[in-house]
Design a protein around this ligand. Structure first.
Ligand SMILES: Cc1cc2nc3c(=O)[nH]c(=O)nc-3n(C[C@H](O)[C@H](O)[C@H](O)COP(=O)(O)OP(=O)(O)OC[C@H]3O[C@@H](n4cnc5c(N)ncnc54)[C@H](O)[C@@H]3O)c2cc1C
Length: 393
């Protein structure tokens, strides 16, 4: 997403840009729901991608208890979109001749006035600058800042998105239209509607994004990362390889604690998958003629649902800096000065919201925040709400 945003913004200021994606096939069906924010809508409009058919608007958020009773609600209009929809909108801004699948970044050489980029498949490209938009495990960053490493938060999420058509009428009536919280001790279950396959927004063809936050230490995570064939993975397991015993255990635990509507969601997710949650902020996002954008530069816990908005903001700031300076190095320095602190701020805000789960509370402020967030009203006021950055300006 950050790579596509960057290409779109740089082309608008007259740069020649090529995007190199490791995957040999078009990326579809990755991730699921994405909360939108004013900053994301602005970045989509300014990049030329636009916001047409972006997603589903909910009018309120509610919290339910184990019996499914509504124990709190907040009016809050919010558009919920999906990774697929955003990717499609952004992908359409790039001339296919400049979008290269099946190219894996291998290494970069710098000579002061530009870069030579080597791809694992053998291609070598010369450019004024390389932008690493290659995610939280960025290979570009690994070369220029190998010590900057994501830190495991101490919790992970189970996720999936059942089809609207498969859900029980009671589920459709009670939770489907809303952004919903269910908050057992040291856990969060969150759900909201998103479009269906191929961005289908028609009633009956949509999906419901299901997220279950659970505490698990590094040892638990390591065990979860042993796949169905016995292979140990480093960070997470590709969904088809997640162990069946793990999924069965998770389903049983969910049935024991969740309201019927969320149990129904989980039963209709054929292949739930898990994602460990990390904190990450690189101390710098520019290294000579190498710039980092999106999760490669900083990545926060997903409590704000702001990652793609941040990616768009990085890309726009990079283009603004390059447009404002004749000298590329001065522009990159300006970009670093503006966006590195913002990335770090967002990461710290995510940590703050994560105190709800009661893991690794280090300071009085952590404990104060933890206490505040034990109330479901506070959770509805803080989680994935728009304009949270305004408090820091
Ligand atoms: C559970 C969860 C929920 C989230 N919810 C939200 C939300 O509601 N709203 C929101 O805005 N954000 C959300 N996010 C965050 C969002 O998904 C990320 O911030 C966003 O995807 C970052 O985009 P990116 O382009 O920087 O990185 P990525 O999406 O990781 O993309 C990196 C790309 O680089 C490619 N790549 C990697 N290595 C190489 C290489 N060596 N050579 C070439 N290509 C390579 C990858 O194939 C990939 O296409 C959520 C994240 C999680 C984990």
């Amino acid at each position: 997403m950050s790579g596509l945003f960057t290409a779109a913004f740089l082309r608008r200021i007259g740069w020649d840009v090529d995007v190199f994606e490791r995957s040999p096939v078009e990326l579809v069906g990755r991730g699921a729901g994405i909360t939108t924010h004013p900053e994301l809508l602005e970045a989509l409009e300014n990049s030329g991608a636009g916001t047409r058919d972006l997603g589903i608007e909910v009018e309120k958020r509610i919290t339910i208890d184990r019996q499914g009773r509504v124990i709190g609600e907040r009016p809050l209009r919010q558009i919920l979109t999906s990774w697929d929809r955003l990717q499609r909108l952004l992908r359409e801004t790039i001339d296919p001749a400049h979008y290269h699948l099946g190219h894996t970044f291998a290494r970069v050489e710098q000579d002061g006035s530009g870069v030579r980029v080597h791809f694992a498949e053998g291609r070598v490209e010369r450019a004024d600058l390389i932008v690493g938009g290659d995610g939280i495990r960025s290979g570009v960053r690994a070369q220029v800042a190998p010590d900057a490493q994501p830190i495991y938060s101490g919790y992970y999420i189970w996720r999936g998105a059942p089809n609207e058509a498969d859900l029980a009428p009671a589920t459709l009536a009670s939770i489907f239209p809303y952004f919903v919280f269910f908050l057992p001790e040291r856990q969060q279950v969150i759900g909201y509607p998103i479009s269906g396959f191929d961005n289908d927004l028609r009633v009956g063809h949509r999906r419901y994004n299901f997220i279950w936050y659970r505490v698990g230490d590094a040892r638990t995570l390591k065990d979860m990362c042993v796949d169905e064939t016995g292979h140990q993975h480093d960070y997470s397991v590709p969904p088809p390889l997640i162990r069946r015993d793990l999924i069965a255990q998770m389903r049983a635990e969910a049935e024991a604690i969740m309201p019927a509507a969320f149990v129904d969601c989980l039963r209709n997710i054929a292949r739930p998958f898990f994602t460990p949650i990390y904190d990450f902020s690189a101390p710098a996002i520019v290294f000579g003629r190498v710039a980092l954008v999106g999760d490669a530069g900083s990545s926060s816990r997903p409590h704000m649902g702001f990652g793609v908005a941040k990616a768009g903001g990085d890309a726009q700031a990079l283009a603004d800096a390059l447009a404002a300076h004749d000298d590329i190095d001065a522009a990159l320095a300006a970009y670093n000065a503006v966006r590195q602190p913002i990335g770090e701020r967002i990461m710290l805000h995510g940590r703050k919201l994560g105190t709800h789960l009661g893991v690794d509370l280090k300071t009085d402020e952590d404990r104060r925040m933890w206490k505040l967030l034990q109330g479901h009203e506070a959770m509805m006021d803080w989680i994935a709400v728009p304009n949270f950055l305004a408090a820091y300006r």
